[in-house]
Write a protein that binds this ligand. Structure first.
Ligand code: ASP
Ligand code: MG
Length: 474
């Protein structure tokens, strides 16, 4: 069973769809008895277009529906024209696409009459991006001489009905998925499935959240007992660093789920942790590959821990502030840490990293810069009495900093990794504001001035020999 998911750029233009369809047709010819199952995103930018127009309609813009109609027609008809040369086939697809667009426009027009966009209406409207792209891709495959059909995922993916962030109900979905896909595959047809959404048990369309098509693909893999899901995108795979900072960053050939999750947490555009979860639970691998460079084998993510090599990759997130709570009152007083973090938790703020010296004289943590003022306010309220009594002396913010994290499961038990990291920064006279290492030893993070990122990341990358052409560490 081959599940292949194609993102918004892979179906964003006629040329991209041609490329995507070519990959699917090649996979088909390799094993005609086991056709691949494609999962597609909307054409790049279309989901945003749908949302913008639906919101404008809710704000009373009566022409939003008509404008959307025109834009969807332009985008999909232009592509269709280039993709399907046969006039007879094209006009049938033309009609199918126009019907979908008409339906979607009607919904947007109802929104402008009601002047209200409910979460339910919004989910239904945005689902049309994928409905349209799946028709285009299936049509293109047929034009290449292989049987293919679009499959709208509300036919099999049963969700808990939470709009804008639904979760799949696996058992019910599994039964329906087998009913939907078995006959198609045994008749040598490539199903082109819409990503992004399913429907509640009552049949109401619910999306899995923005960017949810990757998740839809791993869920489908789990339902159909796939061993690997390939996510086709516009990069070769997971890189050892951001190529804008490190031009010779290397594409990693393998990475564990734990490492991928850690990298995603520290801001690398790897994969959403939610996408990984069905793969872990149902024992699949995920491979990232480049639609526009299909010769490249990509990056394979699996459950296996890294065998050798210490550091795999480096990430940096800017726009961070470090908040420090400092004072004699922290020493030996139970419960201060708990009060600090439960106050922040009540405010719904995310904390990237925490560091406390064992003297307990101060406690520092890194947060998004824009959250820092509100967090300080929360803490000042929480510790109002302590501040008056001077038990806690100060709460302050260091703005304009960045977190640099080195990630790799092989760091566990390898002595000297943090020494090399700090030596590299020290030799470059880059000041370190705070340090943290997770006890899983999967990452070491440190905070430096934001302006140092451009210098620090390439130096660390070089120190750990991560560049393309260096001995592979993965
Ligand atoms: N089209 C949806 C989005 O842009 C889902 C996806 O592409 O993953 O959020
Ligand atoms: Mg997308």
């Amino acid at each position: 069973m081959k599940i292949m998911k194609f993102g918004g750029t892979s179906v964003g233009t006629a040329e991209a769809i041609q490329q995507t369809a070519g990959i699917l047709v090649d996979a088909f010819h390799e094993m005609p008895d086991q056709p691949p199952v494609a999962v597609v995103s909307a054409m790049g930018g279309v989901t945003n277009l749908l949302l913008e127009h639906a919101r404008a309609a809710a704000d009373g813009d009566e022409d939003a529906g008509m404008r959307l109609h025109q834009k969807l027609l332009d985008r999909h008809f232009t592509a269709l024209h280039d993709l399907v040369p046969d006039e007879h086939d094209r006009s049938a697809l033309f009609e199918e696409i126009e019907q979908q667009i008409d339906r979607c426009t009607q919904l947007v027009e109802s929104v402008s009459v009601l002047r209200d966009l409910s979460p339910r209406a919004e989910d239904w409207i945005v689902s049309f991006g994928e409905r349209l792209s799946s028709v285009l891709v299936a049509g293109t495959i047929e034009a290449l001489g292989v049987r293919s059909t679009p499959v709208a995922s509300d036919s099999y993916l049963v969700t808990d009905g939470v709009f804008g962030g639904a979760s799949p109900l696996m058992e019910e979905s599994r039964r329906r998925a087998h009913e939907t896909f078995t006959p198609l595959l045994s008749s040598r047809t490539i199903p082109v499935v819409t990503g992004f959404f399913g429907a509640s048990e009552a049949g109401v369309v619910t999306t899995l959240g923005r960017g949810g098509s990757d998740y839809a693909a791993t869920v489908l893999g789990a339902l159909l007992d796939a061993t690997e899901v390939v996510i086709w995108t516009d990069v070769d795979g997971v890189l050892s660093a951001d190529p804008r900072l490190v031009p010779d960053a290397r594409t990693l050939s393998t990475i564990s789920f734990a490492e991928a999750t850690e990298l995603a947490y520290f801001g690398a555009k790897v994969i959403h942790p939610r996408t990984v979860q069905p793969a872990i639970e149902y024992g699949m691998a995920i491979r990232i590959r480049n639609t526009f460079n299909p010769e490249h084998p990509g990056t394979r993510m699996g459950p296996e821990p890294a065998k050798n090599g210490s550091v795999k990759a480096i990430t940096a997130i800017g726009g961070v502030s470090v908040v420090t709570v400092e004072g004699a009152g922290l020493i030996g007083v139970a419960g201060i840490t708990a009060r600090v973090f439960s106050a922040i938790g009540r405010g719904g703020f995310n904390v990237y990293m925490i560091s406390q010296a064992s003297s307990q004289h101060s406690l520092s943590f890194a947060v998004r810069g824009e959250d820092a003022p509100a967090i300080i306010q929360l803490l000042e309220d929480e510790f109002e009495l302590d501040l008056i009594r001077q038990r806690l002396l100060r709460i302050w913010e260091d703005p304009g900093v960045a977190i640099i994290a080195i990630v790799g499961a092989g760091m566990r038990g390898t002595p000297g990794v943090s020494g090399r990291l700090f030596m590299t920064l020290g030799d470059a006279r880059i000041n370190i504001v705070t340090i943290a290492q997770g006890s899983s030893e999967l990452n070491i993070s440190c905070v430096v001035n934001e302006s140092e990122i451009a210098r620090a990341v390439p130096l660390i990358h070089q120190e750990f020999g991560l560049a393309e052409g260096d001995a592979p560490g993965d």
